[in-house]
Design a protein around this ligand. Structure first.
Ligand code: COA
Length: 328
């Protein structure tokens, strides 16, 4: 059975840097509050017009180039986003068209911050069955356009950024490298704890009594608590599936939601933060793009070397979470 491995990575973030202090144009907030609560110093925002598929296209082009491939080599596109260009169809078909492809299948997945982990698992299954040999997985978001710029939007608005990451996933007969295992979970009982409830198939108007409107809602403390617990559990599952001890893992990459969540997970395993690659200070929470952007920068900065044991884990709206164990 072939193994799936990442043969090329790409990323794209818009050039416009928005510092914490810049957010004071809308919110009663401060650099000190945002940095100490989340670890974020700045994030990138698009300057319109731009679309999520555009950002994904930029990242995909780089992933293809680094893998030495062209769009015609792609057997399947998987597009993970919570901020699609359109209500329907998904951004995957828009990316397919931008890449100049005609009938290549495109699959959109809506697992929010866990989107890239879910996407890797899906890609890995398609490759192991032999159905596809080369899959483009993209995680991309434009979140600056859904942020609530009203004063009460500050708790959510300061955390999120725009960006895209892409990975080309290919088949290899070399069983000593690539994706070894993945574990996926969700718990819809908590769907309303982190959501944008409208536009909705359940309502025809934004003015219905009790309507959230097109505004994000987050129960920050509840999300924080579950994120620490579930990412910790997902790492334990990955470790036990591989027979690894925590200290055997060269690099952990956790979804970049809050540096304090990552610190809590590191403390739980008794590991130093050096084992956890982080760039949240530069980009904030880029949702489905956060893990591929980390993978890209970790590789560029020399933190990922051939043969390294790597565990990825993410947690997000849904709630959804999961982990992937791989040999780089
Ligand atoms: N600037 C300044 N003050 C702010 C603020 C902001 N941007 N946002 C909220 N506050 C205020 C609150 O109104 C509250 O004021 P009060 O005490 O007068 O009521 C105070 O700061 C403390 O807020 P609190 O909610 O207790 O802060 P916290 O320590 O829980 O941190 C989060 C808030 C959002 C940073 C934290 O809960 C978190 O990171 N949760 C998880 C978020 C996440 O991971 N989301 C994505 C998951 S994929």
């Amino acid at each position: 059975m072939p193994n799936a491995y990442i043969s090329g990575l790409g990323m794209y973030v818009p050039p416009k840097v928005v510092c914490n202090d810049d957010l004071r144009a809308w919110y009663d907030t401060s650099d000190e509050w945002i940095y100490t609560r989340s670890g974020i110093k700045e994030r990138r925002w698009v300057e319109e017009p731009a679309s999520t598929a555009d950002l994904g296209y930029q990242a995909a082009q780089e992933a293809l180039r680094r893998a030495g491939k062209t769009p015609s080599d792609i057997d399947l596109i998987i597009f993970a986003t919570l901020s699609p260009d359109l209500y329907f169809p998904g951004s995957g078909v828009l990316l397919q068209h931008k890449l100049g492809l005609e009938t290549t299948p495109a699959l959109d997945i809506r697992q929010q911050c866990s989107g890239f982990v879910y996407g890797l698992s899906i890609a890995s299954q398609f490759i192991q069955t032999g159905m596809y040999k080369c899959i483009l997985l993209v995680g991309a978001e434009i979140q600056s356009t859904w942020i609530d710029y009203n004063p009460e939007g500050r708790t959510v608005g300061v955390l999120f950024g725009d960006g895209a990451g892409a990975a080309l996933i290919e088949a290899t007969e070399d069983s000593s490298r690539g994706i070894l295992s993945s574990h996926l979970y969700s718990q819809g009982a908590y769907a309303m704890e982190l959501c944008i409830a409208e536009p909705s198939s359940a309502t025809r108007s934004h003015k219905l009594p009790g309507s959230y409107g097109m505004r994000p809602y987050m129960n920050g403390k509840e999300v924080f608590r579950h994120a620490v617990q579930r990412m910790g559990e997902a790492i334990e599952t990955a470790l036990s599936a591989q027979g690894w001890r925590p200290q055997d893992v060269n690099l952990f990459i956790l979804h970049q939601a809050n540096i304090r969540i990552i610190q809590a997970v590191a403390d739980f395993f008794g590991l130093p933060m050096e084992r956890f690659y982080n760039n949240i200070h530069k980009y904030g929470n880029t949702t489905a793009a956060s893990i591929p952007i980390c993978l890209y920068e970790a590789e560029m900065e020399g933190y990922l070397k051939a043969g390294d044991k790597v565990i990825l884990t993410a947690f997000g709206s849904g709630f959804t979470w999961g982990s992937v164990a791989m040999i780089w």
